[in-house]
Write a protein that binds this ligand. Structure first.
Ligand code: FAS
Ligand code: PHB
Length: 389
């Protein structure tokens, strides 16, 4: 099998790039380890920067998002009984799109099918080869048969646990990481959301987040110790704890119901540099991870894909390799701004076990400043809607 760009990973990053390149006549093959149903069973991001929404439209995949997604022009930060609205539109003239990652991944798959894009599921033992030559190739096994794809470029869009990052030699790859001493217990329920806009709550019992997927599908999170297991949390226990961490006026109107999904995600900040090695380019979670507090994970993948898409266009249409040569530095510059914002949002909203009295005071003063300063709210708003690509 031959193609121009072999993409490892059929998550949002890989599918988006495949779709964008196909629309410009650049051939791709996507290799995905899991079944499509498995990929679509994962509940992840919920908030899209306007840049991501724009990319979905450019990929001719934005129609259902624009029909079913919700434009949000602000959100709330709660502290004890206090609630402060951050007016995204007033500060930036922009907004965010609330539309689940599961749905946009479904839209991307359907677009790939519509255009007869090649996405190979249950591709086992995917392995890139000869990445530092001008004839790289990728081997894998499918339905028990050993396969090979000869290509010109390999995109590692295979997430944090993928194979691509590990192809960069240890003496070249630099990885930095920060692991947080807690996780997020998330619940999806077919209930009316408690608030029309998101509520991020700093509470002495721990962080809580009220989000949504639609007006009949709520998404809630509470911070939990790393030692907690999902089975430790009944629905009743979850709802009771969530209410304790919200202002009384919000807790009182909470509509509870059975969880249709319940999971615990660990929180980490992680960056791998460089994001290029020869003909291999890393994108999305394969290269960087953020705690979901700032809703930057999926959105950081979007800017990687935007840069790679335009770099590939310049190469194939004009023989101009400046975009490819500058990709890693350009992508990392924006990745690190998202890292900073995600770390900052996490540091001001969560309780940190064993933190000093001084650091506790510092967190309260950060929140005092945010609640009292339009400049602080402007900074938060411009990061949340998405810094320019
Ligand atoms: P993904 O991990 O989504 O996709 C990579 C794909 O590669 C997967 O389908 C995987 O099966 C495949 N793959 C892996 N190894 C392979 C191999 N060897 N061969 C072939 N295929 C392989 N972000 C937010 O903004 N908000 C959130 O609330 C949020 N919650 C999250 C919760 C969890 C549990 C996780 C893990 C992430 C969350 N994220 C959130 C971040 C998430 O949305 C990612 O940023 C997003 O999935 C990134 O997309 P991809 O880069 O495509 O990586
Ligand atoms: C979600 O709806 O899953 C969500 C929203 C905002 C975040 C994190 C997760 O910051």
């Amino acid at each position: 099998m031959k193609t121009q760009v072999c993409i490892i990973g059929g998550g949002p990053s890989g599918l988006m790039l495949s779709q964008l390149l196909h629309l410009k006549g650049i051939e791709t093959v996507v290799l995905e380890r899991q079944t499509r149903d498995y990929v679509l069973s994962r509940i992840r991001a919920g908030v899209l920067e306007h840049g991501f929404a724009k990319l979905m439209r450019e990929a001719e995949c934005g129609e259902r998002m624009d029909r079913e997604g919700e434009i949000h022009e602000g959100f709330f930060v709660a502290r004890g009984e206090q609630m402060q609205r951050v007016d995204l539109h007033a500060h930036t003239g922009n907004s965010v799109m609330v539309y689940g990652q599961t749905e946009l991944t479904r839209d991307l798959y359907e677009a790939r099918d519509r255009m007869k894009g090649i996405v190979i599921h249950q591709a086992e033992d995917v392995q890139p080869h000869d990445l530092t030559t001008d004839k790289p190739y990728v081997t894998f096994r499918h339905n028990g048969v050993d396969e090979r794809i000869d290509c010109e470029y390999v995109i590692g869009a295979d997430g944090f646990h993928g194979v691509s990052r590990r192809c960069i030699p240890k003496d070249v790859l630099r990885e930095v990481e920060k692991v947080y001493p807690f996780g997020w217990l998330g619940v999806l329920s077919r209930t009316k959301p408690v608030s029309p806009e998101l509520i991020y709550s700093n509470n002495e019992r721990g962080f809580a987040l009220c989000s949504l997927r639609s007006q009949v599908l709520s998404r809630y999170y509470i911070q939990v110790p790393l030692t907690d297991k999902v089975e430790d949390w009944s629905d009743e226990a979850f709802w009771a704890e969530l209410k304790r961490r919200l202002p009384a006026e919000v807790a009182e109107r909470m509509i509870t119901g059975p969880s249709i999904e319940k999971s615990i995600a660990p929180l980490r900040s992680f960056v791998a540099e460089p994001m290029r090695h020869g003909r291999l380019f890393l994108a999305g979670d394969a290269a960087h991870i953020v705690p979901p507090t700032g809703a930057r994970g999926l959105n950081s993948a979007a800017s990687d894909i935007y840069y790679l898409y335009h770099a590939m266009l310049a190469h194939y249409q004009r023989g101009d390799d400046s975009g490819l040569d500058g990709y890693s530095a350009k992508a990392l510059a924006r990745v690190w701004k998202a890292q900073r914002f995600s770390w900052w949002m996490t540091s001001i909203l969560h309780t940190f076990p064993g933190t000093s009295d001084y650091d506790k005071k510092l967190q309260q003063v950060e929140l005092d400043y945010l609640f009292s300063s339009t400049a602080a709210q402007h900074s938060l708003a411009e990061n949340y809607v998405g810094l320019p690509f």
